[in-house]
Design a protein around this ligand. Structure first.
Ligand SMILES: [Zn+2]
Length: 104
């Protein structure tokens, strides 16, 4: 079980979700990437992990309409395309390849 982030900020004008982890690392996830990595059953095949969502179908003016903490283990993101069933656990967020992540 991962420790929860110390802070999560939505930077709407930049379309970035900024996540601060307890070890001090700050990650900036582009909305488009988070939306395409949505782990819910409609976007990803539960059994094979295959992505069902075509990233090209994601609207370019994507915005976050809501964030809700699910217990202490996940965050639920609601998008302006009407999709809000994606639960991102901290493990899921940590596993998303992030542009510019330092390899050290
Ligand atoms: Zn989804």
């Amino acid at each position: 079980m991962s420790d929860p982030p110390t802070n999560i900020r939505a930077l709407q004008s930049e379309q970035i979700l900024e996540v601060s982890w307890p070890e001090g690392r700050v990650e900036r996830f582009p909305y488009h990437q988070l939306r395409s990595e949505c782990p819910c059953a409609a976007c990803r095949n539960e059994w094979t992990g295959e992505r069902m969502l075509d990233p090209k179908s994601i609207r370019p003016d994507l915005k976050l309409e809501g964030m809700e903490n699910i217990g202490t283990y996940a965050i639920q993101l609601a998008w302006n395309d009407g999709h809000s069933s994606g639960l991102f656990t901290w493990e899921t967020l940590r596993a998303i390849e992030q542009p510019g992540r330092e390899s050290s």
